[in-house]
Design a protein around this ligand. Structure first.
Ligand code: ADP
Length: 333
């Protein structure tokens, strides 16, 4: 008897009830029932039943499709889409179901891409450590500081990857707590310059700092903005060959302060510029340099900037023509 409680039969029943009541009302009004009226009533009941059945069927079909689609999506078929019919409330529901499926499909694709990328990034250090350890066991590679340092460098690479991934997953889940307060960017940049000054010298790079005297304080999280600036500065050093220059400047724009880190390094091709903030993305020229990270630094930096209601972007005239990274933050009141 469960079918009696299904939506289809409940709809059908209510249509029928309304039709029967209207006919009863008509008969009561006309008082006398002739044979012709009995026939007409019977014909009306049959047509009302057919129309009710047809209408409830039409209403139920999209709901059945939605139910089947949601079951398929729940079982992992994220490519499932529902047909969006006549523009009514059910069509809106179908559209929303399709959007949900699309979002789940994209998340799944990103998850798969992440797994592939992580496996790829871990393979190189693991293979290096494995072959060195095997060589040492077999006595082919001498157990000396140089070989052990190499192993240590590769484990450090894996450690950095794991730490970056932990931070990235928290950032992508929107779980990076920020402690916003007025920050003096000039003091912070001065401090960072003292930190990277000797490294620039070692790499044969010139470092210029060009900051205005009266830069207003910005609303930011001191540790997070420091992390972003370090990432951009380390990249500038990393991707600028000896003899190049790194210039740090800052400007006030209406309600924002914009810091620019300009280098004369390997540059970025225009088609690659939008990609550098995607995780694990590294341009071909940076891969060739064999130095550098795994390509998540800028992804994390963008999340950190958004968490502080700021922005980070890059411009470059092209390959070997240098790059400028811009970081903007709101002025503190
Ligand atoms: P990585 O750890 O590989 O440097 P990032 O996320 O910090 O990762 O940077 C992503 C990619 O963006 C780099 O691999 C490099 O291809 C490019 N890139 C970043 N900064 C610069 C720069 N100053 N000059 C040229 N290319 C850069």
């Amino acid at each position: 008897m469960r079918w009696l409680t299904s939506l289809r039969w409940r709809l059908f029943g209510s249509y029928m009830l309304i039709s029967l009541l209207s006919m009863l009302l008509l008969l009561l009004i006309s008082h006398v029932i002739t044979q012709g009226e009995v026939l007409a009533t019977a014909a009306a009941v049959i047509s009302a039943a057919s129309v009710s059945l047809y209408l409830s069927q039409r209403l139920i079909r999209p709901l059945q499709q939605l139910s089947a689609a949601s079951q398929r999506i729940a079982m992992g078929s994220y490519h499932t889409r529902v047909e969006v019919g006549y523009p009514d409330e059910l069509a809106t529901l179908s559209q929303q179901m399709n959007q949900l499926a699309q979002a789940l499909e994209q998340t799944e694709q990103r998850r798969m891409a992440l797994l592939t990328d992580v496996a790829h990034e871990l393979r190189t250090p693991i293979m290096t450590i494995d072959s060195y350890a095997e060589g040492m066991i077999d006595g082919i590679i001498p157990v000396e500081p140089a070989s052990l340092t190499l192993i240590q460098r590769e484990t450090a690479r894996m450690k950095r990857l794991v730490e970056d991934l932990a931070l990235l997953s928290r950032a992508e889940a929107g779980q990076l707590p920020v402690n916003m307060r007025p920050v003096d960017l000039i003091a912070l940049i001065d401090y960072l310059v003292t930190q990277i000054g000797s490294q620039c010298e070692e790499e044969g790079l010139q470092l210029h700092v060009d900051l205005p005297q009266n830069l207003p304080l910005v609303q930011a999280d001191l540790q997070r903005i420091e992390q972003v600036l370090i990432n951009v500065l380390v990249n500038a050093i990393r991707y600028t060959p000896a003899g190049g220059t790194i210039r740090i400047s800052a400007e006030r724009h209406a309600t924002m302060v914009c810091v620019a880190v300009h280098d004369t390094g390997i540059g970025i091709a225009p088609e690659n510029l939008p990609l550098i903030f995607e995780r694990f993305y590294r341009t071909d020229s940076s891969r060739l340099r064999h130095s550098g990270g795994v390509g998540v630094g800028l992804t994390i930096a963008r999340h950190l900037m958004h968490a502080q209601h700021g922005e980070i972007w890059a411009e470059s005239p092209g390959i070997d023509a240098g790059t400028i990274f811009f970081i903007s933050l709101t002025i503190a009141h």
